[in-house]
Write a protein that binds this ligand. Structure first.
Ligand code: ADP
Ligand code: ASP
Ligand code: MG
Length: 591
């Protein structure tokens, strides 16, 4: 007998027939002797319909009232599912988030779970009840001490389920949905997408935050941090689906559940060199040629960053181990002789990184990382961000000072500090899956001062408004007055708040101004084997070049490579990359 948390998404309970089918499935599992807590979403489409309804009255409805409205969707489905279970002779009881003891922060519309008061749940389970819990919602105490309904953010029922599993120390959490599990990409975009039988939580966290909507990133964070055994399966079949694996389970208490400690460790990789190529032609195939030739020449590239400039030229900056610098210079000089552009290199650099789960989902973390380093007077030469790792390249001489400062900021102990860690090949593919995100916007701040603290100030200003920045790129080129440009991408839903957040900063930087980027899509490849298998980035860029797609921006982190392309090329780009890495069914059976 096991204690299982089973979550059924919107399409799985989309109509009465589906609710009855789910009830049968639950009844069978109960008959096997399992203790069950069921989490359900609103019936498919309901949350969208309710949102639309509110928008017909007001473009900007109060978040508290939106939470009151949207939480009703789940209340309907829990009641209907309980009724269906009773009809099958199963003693079930439906519970709202508040009734079941899900306590959250007060941030309406995006509240994080602080605690699950499990007493009522335990009592009901002891009485042999199947408890049917409303996903996506919780309760918070207002400043006056009265209870308020909150919601966790779109897709948040997954997070409810995994949080319950962590709090109840369940044997497993099963997410039932309308696909067979986690696939190599969204099957709606790429029909050949293949089921993964296993995926690590780190890879899934990256994929989920880069557009793979099959799991809410925060659900993966909780699973990773608390060691929840998590499966994603189809509610239409008995197939086992996908198992999420996690290697680093931390002994952290359940207090402040979702607030946990997002930073697990800090590391410093010394003896790195930065290679900056500027004024490269802005056309398909340049990045592909460059990184293919470097890979053929035996150079393993670490971080890669590319930004486009007005006047149709690109800058590409990347890092290599210092021992490869001479070889890299020779290769780059040869390539530049053919395509044009300038080369500038710097050795004596180090890469300083913090790692953890859900770092970018909490914008304040990256902001305080960068802020701490800048306050020590250290310049950030390059920045790379992702859900599981945020890195910056700094002067090697200042590495020790920086690592100590960062360790104290995040309250890390000696065993969480790593100097020159070695990447051990992990027997994982270089690309496990790919994701497309069409809900990103690009912005640039032009003419920012070239001094330590600029990027940190930008991140901090956005973080104060709850906005995470992704792919933050500082230009290589300087304007005549010595200023530079910083480009970044952010979620489109945050775009309008960004203007407001940036007003005080722009006022501090005379001559600076915002520039709106073109419509973009971001395509990303994720794989735990990426750091140890050379040539992955070059292959991804080649796939795009062969499809005649121009890359506007490149940003990599340890286990992911992302490219920004024009909005209308998004689907074509994801298909090209998926095919090139042989991720699909057809390709696999041929090999
Ligand atoms: P639910 O209502 O069950 O929560 P969602 O719509 O939130 O379902 O998530 C399932 C959908 O996620 C699938 O129908 C699929 O289109 C989409 N999806 C995106 N990326 C992936 C992926 N890598 N693997 C599986 N499904 C994906
Ligand atoms: N009903 C909510 C939504 O549609 C939560 C969920 O389905 O996970 O976003
Ligand atoms: Mg979902």
């Amino acid at each position: 007998m096991a204690l299982l948390i089973q979550k059924f998404g919107g399409t799985s309970v989309g109509n009465v027939e589906r609710i009855q089918a789910v009830a049968k499935r639950i009844a069978t599992s109960k008959e096997y002797g399992n203790d069950l807590v069921i989490v359900v979403s609103a019936m498919g489409g309901t949350t969208d319909e309710l949102t639309e309804l509110a928008k017909t009255i007001s473009k900007n409805p109060p978040q508290r009232e939106m939470d009151m409205l949207l939480s009703t969707g789940e209340q309907v489905s829990i009641a209907l599912l309980s009724i269906a279970l009773h009809k099958l002779g199963i003693s079930a009881v439906s519970m709202t988030g508040a009734q079941v003891g899900i306590v959250t922060e007060s941030a309406h519309g995006r509240a994080r779970i602080l605690e699950v008061k499990t007493e009522r749940l335990h009592n009901l389970l002891e009485d042999g009840k199947v408890v049917v819990v409303a996903g996506f919602q919780g309760t918070t105490l207002s400043s006056r001490g009265t209870a308020e309904i909150t919601t966790l953010g779109r897709g948040g029922s997954d997070t409810t389920a995994v949080a319950l599993a962590a709090a109840l120390k369940a044997d497993a959490c099963e997410i039932y949905t309308d696909v067979p599990g986690v696939l190599t990409t969204d099957p709606r975009l790429v029909p050949e997408a293949r089921l993964m039988t296993e995926v690590s939580c780190d890879e899934m966290l990256e994929l989920a935050s880069l557009g793979a909507a099959v799991l809410h990133p925060r659900a993966v964070e909780i699973a990773r941090n608390y060691g929840v055994t998590l499966f994603v399966r189809s509610s239409w079949s008995e197939n086992p689906g996908t198992k999420l694996t996690s290697k680093s389970i931390r002994e952290i208490g359940l207090a402040g559940l979702e607030l946990g400690r997002p930073v697990d460790g800090v590391e410093l990789l010394e003896n790195q060199a930065v290679i900056a190529l500027s004024d490269l032609p802005d056309k398909p195939g340049i990045a592909a040629k460059l990184f293919e030739e470097l890979s053929t020449g035996g150079v393993n590239v670490d971080l890669i960053i590319q930004s486009t400039h007005a006047g149709n030229s690109n800058d590409i900056t990347f890092t290599v181990a210092e021992e490869n610098l001479e070889k890299t210079k020779i290769l780059c000089t040869k390539i530049l002789a053919r395509i044009g552009g300038n080369l500038c290199t710097e050795k004596g650099m180090s890469k300083l990184s913090i790692n953890g789960a859900g770092i970018m989902g909490r914008p304040g973390i990256a902001a305080s990382f960068f802020d701490k380093i800048s306050r020590e007077g250290i310049n950030l030469r390059l920045i790379a961000t992702s859900e599981v790792k945020v890195s910056c390249v700094i002067d090697k001489k200042l590495g020790n000072k920086a690592i100590r400062a960062v360790a104290s900021t995040f309250d890390l102990s000696e065993n969480q500090i790593q100097l020159n860690p070695i990447n051990i090949p992990m027997n994982s593919p270089e690309v496990r899956g790919v994701a497309l995100d069409t809900n990103q916007s690009q912005l640039s701040v032009l003419h920012v001062p070239d001094k330590p603290g600029t990027a940190a100030a930008l991140c901090a200003a956005m973080a104060e408004s709850g906005i995470s920045l992704d792919a933050i790129v500082q230009s290589e080129r300087q304007h005549k007055d010595g200023s530079r440009d910083i480009s970044f991408i952010l979620k489109t839903e945050n775009r309008q708040h960004a203007d407001q957040a940036l007003v005080p900063l722009l006022a501090q930087w005379p001559g600076s101004h915002l520039e709106e980027g073109p419509g973009i899509a971001r395509v990303s490849a994720v794989g735990a084997g990426m750091p140890t298998i050379p040539g992955t980035a070059g292959r991804m860029f080649r796939a795009l070049a062969n499809a005649e797609i121009n890359i506007a921006m490149i940003a990599t982190s340890e286990i992911r490579t992302s490219c920004v392309v024009s909005a209308d090329n998004g689907v074509k780009a994801i298909r090209a990359i998926h095919k090139d890495f042989n991720l699909g069914e057809e390709n696999l059976s041929k090999s």
